[in-house]
Structure formats: structure tokens, C-alpha cells
Write a new protein. Structure first.
Length: 515
């Protein structure tokens, strides 16, 4: 019997960096669990850190003297008692800000490594790049408010760097040529910027997630407690540093820079302002150009068949990228797909109640489906497998997870899907009724779904917790759900072997032969 899909259709290749990153994340899954794995929830941690910074900032603003003469004194008073409340809050504000920069850059690098920059992800990527500039600008101005030696050197270095553009009517650096030039009016500007820039950053973060349904902005309780707890412990053990008061008449030759925020200042001190501008501007242009430079094969978007759409809105509820909206049609509704937002993942097809294989039609046409990979193809492939009459085990699997070719042995017949959640639960019951000895659903690892929500929706539907759900009459001992990523084929075969009560070493040998 010819296999259901040729090998090229079973999976998508990963670049070496993404493969290494996946292995690291899987190891961290073993330590923390997927729901608390920090690398899988960098965006959520970023939002958490922002609110930690904001709350501690409110307290610091309340006790901070915004005059030139009082700025340093009020900060020094906060830091006078190493383990006092004010000192801990100031350190927490500082270290949460540093952590925010680290998380932001890691999140940027991770999305780039996985190639999530173009197509339906273009808007999210493009709105994320300006957040880097806003973060550094807000943080650098925050250092100026301390008005110690580091702040003075940073202010001079930053304004000299801006002056290199030659677009200002007056030289900005002249504001720091002497103590008389730094007045309360200038400090009021610093305070305004340090409050206003984070508000712009928050607005940018909100825009950044607008094209995501159910964005990951709230980390799990365990991850929240661990992150905040670690920062508090660090704040107790290592109070935030404060250098000597600023003296513009004699700037220090060497200070300890904060490399999270003040790295640009350190680089400008050691090199040319023009070179730093070239790096900064060139890097920004490159990041903003990546959606057009990185070539990706765009899958055809989902299509709606009005004759089969009953307006139930399940596809609207389950779409990970808010690509489906509902419009009125007579007494009911009709799904509408935004082609610019659609990922072509097929999760909407798996949610459609009309996508049931039990329908007695020659061609299965559902209310919403993928034109290049319709549910009718899944039914035809399944029918072909079951027609052999050998009571096979049927495995439905995601092309972005474990390599399904490793499962095609010892009676396991693999049918590849764009996402495990593309599979309507009725297909599991259909396979068992028509002669399959068991059904395996191989989805992406927990929290690692290529399309964000596919693993969650697939689990919830098969557990009977989300519509359309697998009916309670289906024997659960004949259904196995496995979460696995690329490279975990042997683990999948081991799970299947135990489920089928086969010798584990035989299953592992089969997986090795087909990997």
C-alpha cells in the first residue's frame, strides 16, 4: 500500500540555531515544566517585569526630590540602610529594569532564530523593533536622575552622541559644561522623559500583541513567584550601586557602567560617535527589513464555504492570530478570514462542526478549511489506511514537531497535519469505528506549538473540555496524545510501545531505523 504522504510533506526543516535552542528549551522543560520554562514565556516575563518596574517606580517617585540639589541626597538617603525598605525597592527597580533588557533581547533573538519575522508575523515583528529604542531611552534617562558620576558621564556621552547628528540648533552637550548649566528645569525634563517614555513603551507593547489572540502576557504563578522572588533576593543581597555625586568640573576617567543600559555610552566613549550611529541605525534598518529579506513560503489562507458555515464562531474563538471575524448573514452569522493575518495553520478547520468524516458526501467540504490541505484529504488518507483491514494504529501528527516518518513502522500509519489542532476530534472516533486498533495524536511539545495555541486546543478538544470535543463514548484507552518536538522520535516510539504493551527496545530500534 502506498504511504499516505510522501516524505517531503512530513516536516519542515529547522536551522541549526533553532535546533540547538529547541534542545535547550526541552532540557529546561525537564527542570521547570513547560508552563514555567522561562525561555518559552519571555514575552510574559517582559510584561511582568514592566509592572514590577512601574510599581517600584511609583514609590521611588513619591520619595524622590526632583531638584538638582536634592536628587542625589534623596537617592543616598534611600540607600543609607542596606536592608531598609527604600534600598530594597530601589534595587528591585534597578534589577528588574536590567532583567527587562535581557528578556527583551532574548525574545528578539529567539523569534529571529525561529524565523518568526515575516508573513502573518510581520506586524508583530515590526512593532517589536521600536520597543528596543524606547527601552534604552527610558533606562538611560532613569540613570541621569541619580545625578552621580555615572549619570553625569552618561549624560555627556549621550548628548555628544546626539550632537554628532548635526540636526539640533544648539549643542546639547553644552547643558553639561558646568554645574550652573544643570538646573531644576533640566531635571524636570528628565523626570518628564522618565515617566513619559515608559508610557510610550507600554502603548507599544499593547500594539505589539494586538494581532495575537490570547497573547501570553501573564506568566504562570510559579514563574511569577520565581522571577519576582529571585529579584527580591538579589535586591537584599546586592544593593543597587550609587557612585559619588556628579562633578561636571571634573568627570571621572573610569566608572563602572551598567552594561544592560549604558553599553552604548561605554561604546561611544571608546570609539567614534559616527561608528556607533552607523551600528545603531544600520542594525535598526536591518531588523525592520528582515520581513522582506527572509523569504518564506506563504501557505494559502483558510477559505470559508458559506453553504457549510453555520456561524457558530468556533473558528473565531480558536484562531491564534485573530484572523477570523464574524459577520451577520440573515438570521445567523458567517466567518470571514483576513488574508493578511491568517497563518494557514488549519486550527479553524479542526474547530468547525461541519468537518466531520461521518458525513455521507463524496467530497467532505466544511465551513472553513485550508484549500491546499482540506479535511477531505485527511478522510481520504484515513480511509486508505483503514481499507487494508489490518487493524492499524493511526498516528495524526504535526509537521513541525517530531518527524512522523519514524512512526511508520510496526503497524503505525502516520498522517501529517499542518497543526495537530487541524484534526477534528470526530476523526479519532471515525478511525476507531472503522477498524483502527488505536489512534495516536502527536502534537508539538507543551508550550512549543508553532502556531501558539494548537497544543492547548488539541488537548482540550480530545479531553472533552472544548468544542468540538471527542465524545465521552470513545474508549480513552485506545487514544494516546503525545507532545514531542523534533529529535524526540524515540521518546514518542517508547510512549507508543508502552501504550501498546510492546517491548520498548524494539520500538526504539524502529525509531532509530526511520529517523
Amino acid at each position: 500500500m502506498e504511504r499516505v504522504l510522501h516524505s517531503a510533506a512530513f516536516g519542515h526543516s529547522r536551522n541549526p540555531v533553532a535546533t540547538i535552542l529547541e534542545r535547550i528549551e526541552r532540557r529546561l522543560d525537564g527542570l521547570f515544566g513547560a508552563v514555567s520554562n522561562p525561555l518559552r514565556h519571555l514575552g510574559a516575563i517582559g510584561f511582568l517585569l514592566f509592572w514590577v518596574i512601574a510599581l517600584t517606580g511609583v514609590y521611588l517617585y513619591a520619595v524622590f526630590d526632583t531638584s538638582v540639589a536634592g536628587a542625589y541626597r534623596s537617592t543616598e538617603a534611600l540607600s543609607a540602610t542596606a536592608y531598609g525598605f527604600g534600598a530594597v525597592v530601589r534595587a528591585l527597580h534597578r534589577y528588574a529594569s536590567d532583567a527587562f533588557v535581557a528578556v527583551l533581547l532574548l525574545h528578539l533573538a529567539r523569534e529571529l532564530a525561529f524565523g518568526r519575522v515575516s508573513g502573518f508575523r510581520r506586524f508583530t515583528w515590526l512593532t517589536g523593533v521600536p520597543l528596543v529604542w524606547l527601552t534604552f531611552a527610558a533606562g538611560i534617562v532613569g540613570f541621569w536622575l541619580l545625578w552621580d558620576e555615572v549619570a553625569a558621564l552618561s549624560a555627556v556621552a549621550t548628548t555628544e552622541w546626539l550632537d554628532a547628528l548635526g540636526i539640533f540648533g544648539e549643542t546639547l552637550a553644552r547643558n553639561f559644561l558646568g554645574a550652573a548649566a544643570v538646573n531644576d528645569r533640566l531635571f524636570s525634563l528628565f523626570v518628564f522623559l522618565h515617566v513619559g517614555l515608559p508610557l510610550l513603551l507600554l502603548a507599544g507593547m499593547w500594539i505589539h500583541v494586538q494581532r495575537l489572540a490570547r497573547p501570553d502576557t501573564r506568566p504562570a504563578r510559579s514563574l511569577t513567584v520565581g522571577t519576582v522572588g529571585a529579584l527580591i533576593v538579589l535586591s537584599f543581597l546586592q544593593p543597587a550601586p550609587l557612585a559619588a555625586p556628579a562633578d561636571l568640573g571634573q568627570l571621572p576617567q573610569a566608572v563602572k557602567f551598567d552594561w544592560f543600559f549604558l553599553a552604548p555610552n561605554a561604546l561611544s566613549e571608546r570609539g567614534s560617535a559616527a561608528v556607533l550611529w552607523l551600528l545603531a541605525a544600520g542594525g535598526t534598518v536591518l531588523l525592520l527589513s528582515l520581513p522582506w529579506l527572509v523569504r518564506t513560503v506563504r501557505a494559502p489562507v483558510a477559505i470559508v464555504d458559506p453553504a457549510n458555515c453555520n456561524g457558530c464562531s468556533r473558528c473565531f474563538d480558536d484562531c491564534p492570530y485573530a484572523a477570523v471575524s464574524m459577520t451577520r448573514r440573515g438570521d445567523g452569522g458567517l466567518a470571514v478570514v483576513d488574508a493578511d493575518l491568517c497563518a494557514g495553520c488549519g486550527i479553524c478547520a479542526g474547530a468547525c462542526p461541519s468537518a466531520t468524516p461521518f458525513r455521507s458526501v463524496a467530497e467532505l467540504v466544511s465551513g472553513i478549511d485550508l484549500p491546499h490541505d482540506p479535511v477531505d484529504r485527511i478522510r481520504r488518507a484515513l480511509t486508505e489506511v483503514l481499507a487494508a483491514g489490518e487493524a492499524p494504529v493511526v498516528a495524526f501528527g504535526c509537521r513541525h514537531g517530531a518527524d512522523l516518518r519514524a512512526l511508520e513502522a510496526n503497524g503505525v500509519h502516520a498522517i501529517a497535519l499542518e497543526c495537530a489542532a487541524q484534526l477534528p476530534p470526530a476523526f479519532v472516533e471515525y478511525a476507531l469505528r472503522r477498524g483502527a486498533s488505536g489512534v495516536v495524536v502527536v502534537r508539538c511539545a507543551d508550550g512549543a506549538c508553532e502556531y501558539r495555541l494548537g497544543d492547548r486546543w488539541s488537548d482540550a478538544r480530545l479531553a472533552g473540555e472544548r468544542e468540538p470535543h471527542l465524545r465521552a463514548s470513545v474508549p480513552r484507552d485506545r487514544v494516546l496524545v503525545v507532545g514531542a518536538g523534533a529529535g524526540e522520535e524515540r521518546d514518542v516510539m517508547t510512549r507508543i510501545a508502552r501504550w501498546r504493551r510492546l517491548p520498548v527496545h524494539a520500538a526504539r530500534q524502529e525509531a532509530g531505523d526511520h529517523a
